[in-house]
Design a protein around this ligand. Structure first.
Ligand SMILES: Cc1cc2nc3c(=O)[nH]c(=O)nc-3n(C[C@H](O)[C@H](O)[C@H](O)COP(=O)(O)O)c2cc1C
Length: 214
């Protein structure tokens, strides 16, 4: 592990949304480490139903900036990660996931049979929740990326302000209604760490046992 790597608590406390970047590229081995950490993020049933499209080309980042109503982060940051939620991945061939989990001793026969039946996904489909499920999984991976980036000495910016059709066009999936954009995360180096905008006191948003009545 890199000697300068920040601990998880330190990364959580120092991560800031960074909107301006130096043009310096992210070294390929550091980007690879970041992406390895990203795909360690958990997903429901270990379905891994989210992908990350890594956009580094100037033209691709310009398209993403245009899709994001001209926001500067994709133009300035050398790397933009687009988190794609795969709403129907659960219905595809997924035996490799089960085989690996069994080989690793992580799943028993009972769990493997439940995975194969995919009852929860059928239920999600009936309740219209497939997109929400896949987006949740993608967002957790994006959170891992932001914290890992801080830990590795990189700055980042989550972005939800964009036109989904234009983002899909920019990464070549405009003909895929089964795919949804969850979030974009710009990653790079910055000269400045923005100030912490602050948070409300914990008591304002953490409650014991039940949500307070209004
Ligand atoms: C899901 C999500 C989407 C966001 N989208 C944008 C965005 O499109 N543009 C932007 O400038 N900031 C965006 N932000 C950054 C927030 O404004 C920022 O996280 C917030 O002000 C708290 O600051 P901090 O991240 O430095 O703690 C987004 C943050 C999140 C979590």
């Amino acid at each position: 592990m890199n000697a300068q790597t920040l601990s998880v608590p330190a990364a959580i406390r120092t991560r800031r949304t960074t909107r301006h970047y130096r043009p310096d590229p992210v070294p390929p081995e550091l980007l690879a480490e970041l992406l390895d950490l990203a795909v360690e993020a958990p997903t429901a049933w270990n379905m891994q139903d989210r992908s990350i499209v890594v956009v580094t080309s100037a033209s691709g980042r310009r398209e993403l900036s245009n899709a994001a109503f001209g926001q500067p982060q994709p133009l300035e940051a050398p790397v933009v990660l687009v988190f794609v939620a795969e709403t129907t991945a659960w219905a595809a061939e997924n035996t490799d996931i089960a085989e690996l989990a069994v080989r690793n001793g992580a799943w028993n026969a009972e769990f493997t049979a439940m995975f194969a039946a995919r009852a929860e996904f059928h239920s999600l489909r009936e309740r219209g929740l497939l997109r929400e499920n896949a987006v949740k999984n993608a967002m957790i991976a994006a959170t891992y990326v932001m914290l890992a980036a801080t830990s590795l000495g990189l700055s980042s910016a989550p972005m939800n302000g964009w036109d989904p059709n234009l983002v899909k066009q920019a990464i070549g999936i405009d003909d895929r209604p089964d795919l949804a954009i969850a979030v974009m995360v710009a990653v790079g180096y910055s000269d400045t760490t923005p100030p912490h905008p602050g948070r409300r006191p914990r008591e304002r948003m953490v409650f014991a046992e039940r949500y307070p009545s209004s």
